[in-house]
Design a protein around this ligand. Structure first.
Ligand code: BGC
Length: 291
């Protein structure tokens, strides 16, 4: 057992899996094809599988590692969903258009689009190259613009289908706590996520009368390949826990459950919202003992 500190119990050196409840998914997304970008690893992979557990069919988008995308497709099928994989770089307009065309050919339409693909190219500000800046903005912000635009076009084309869902379409943008928390050494990434906030809310305002719901999830520190160095040693994990009041790292499935809820009719009156799933990372943890 870790020693207690004056502030309360110390963080465990590694996560205790028993702390995370394993509640079965409700099959609330039956008959709803979903497209998830960046779905071959990390948060996107968990969302693809989580939506399938909730009853959806899933387009598994990836850029590299088709084998990993195939594995996710098999997991979707094992959960009872239909699956297809599609290679597309979300920062390329032609590739995004081709992906939506293929999805429509396979599943007839889409009801749910999770614009998740994202990356980091970290650097101290004065050393950040234009290439690092452009790569991050291109995938994290322009890539979401391109996917959201195709999603809205498809929802407009199909129109409402109240048998399947109260909303004509559901869009979920992947943001980050860094749409709110400034992040030294990651100015490109934080700027891209700050941009997502206004992209998401402006679009939500524009398409709400068409019964299209647009929301975002802002994850905190989630155990994925993007941030391995933040959790893969006991020292790094203990450091990370100083930023997490709930004293455990997030698991990709924590985000998948939020996505399944936002995509479902249980969230029918929710649009233009950002759901922070961060164990309290945005609660200014330093102020628990200071200020
Ligand atoms: C970043 C991670 C980071 C987390 C919390 C995420 O958006 O991609 O690298 O660990 O925010 O700081």
């Amino acid at each position: 057992m870790p020693a207690n500190t004056p502030e309360g119990p110390a963080a465990p050196a590694q996560e205790d899996p028993s702390r995370r409840p394993d509640i079965p998914y409700q099959r609330v997304l039956e008959g709803q094809p979903a497209l998830v970008t960046g779905a071959n690893s990390g948060i996107g992979k968990a969302i693809a599988i989580g939506l399938a557990k909730a009853g959806a069919d899933v387009v598994v988008n990836y850029v590299t590692d088709p084998g990993a995308a195939d594995d996710v497709a098999h997991a979707v099928e094992a959960a009872g969903g239909r699956a297809m994989t599609f290679q597309a770089d979300v920062s390329r307009e032609d590739q995004v258009a081709a992906m939506f065309t293929a999805a429509r050919a396979q599943f007839g339409t889409l009801h749910i689009v999770v614009s998740n693909a994202g990356l980091q190219r970290d650097a101290p500000f004065e050393q950040m190259t234009l290439d690092q800046w452009n790569t991050v903005i291109g995938v994290n912000l322009t890539g979401q613009f391109l996917c959201l635009r195709e999603a809205v076009r498809e929802f407009n084309r199909r129109g409402p289908d109240k048998v399947v869902s109260a909303a004509t379409g559901k869009i979920i943008c992947m943001s980050s706590v860094h749409q709110q928390i400034p992040w030294a050494g990651h100015a490109n990434y934080a700027a891209s996520k700050g941009g997502i906030d206004m992209l998401m809310r402006s679009l939500a305002q524009e398409v709400a009368p068409r019964l299209i719901r647009v929301n975002a999830i802002a994850p905190g520190a989630i155990r994925t390949p993007i941030n391995t160095s933040a959790w893969d040693t006991p020292a790094a994990y203990a450091d990370l826990m100083k930023l997490v009041p709930y004293k455990r790292i997030g698991e990709p499935d924590d985000i998948a459950r939020a996505a399944a809820w936002l995509a479902s009719d249980a969230a029918d009156y929710v649009t233009g919202a950002t759901l922070f799933v961060d164990g309290g990372m945005t609660l200014y943890p330093g102020f628990a003992t200071g200020g």
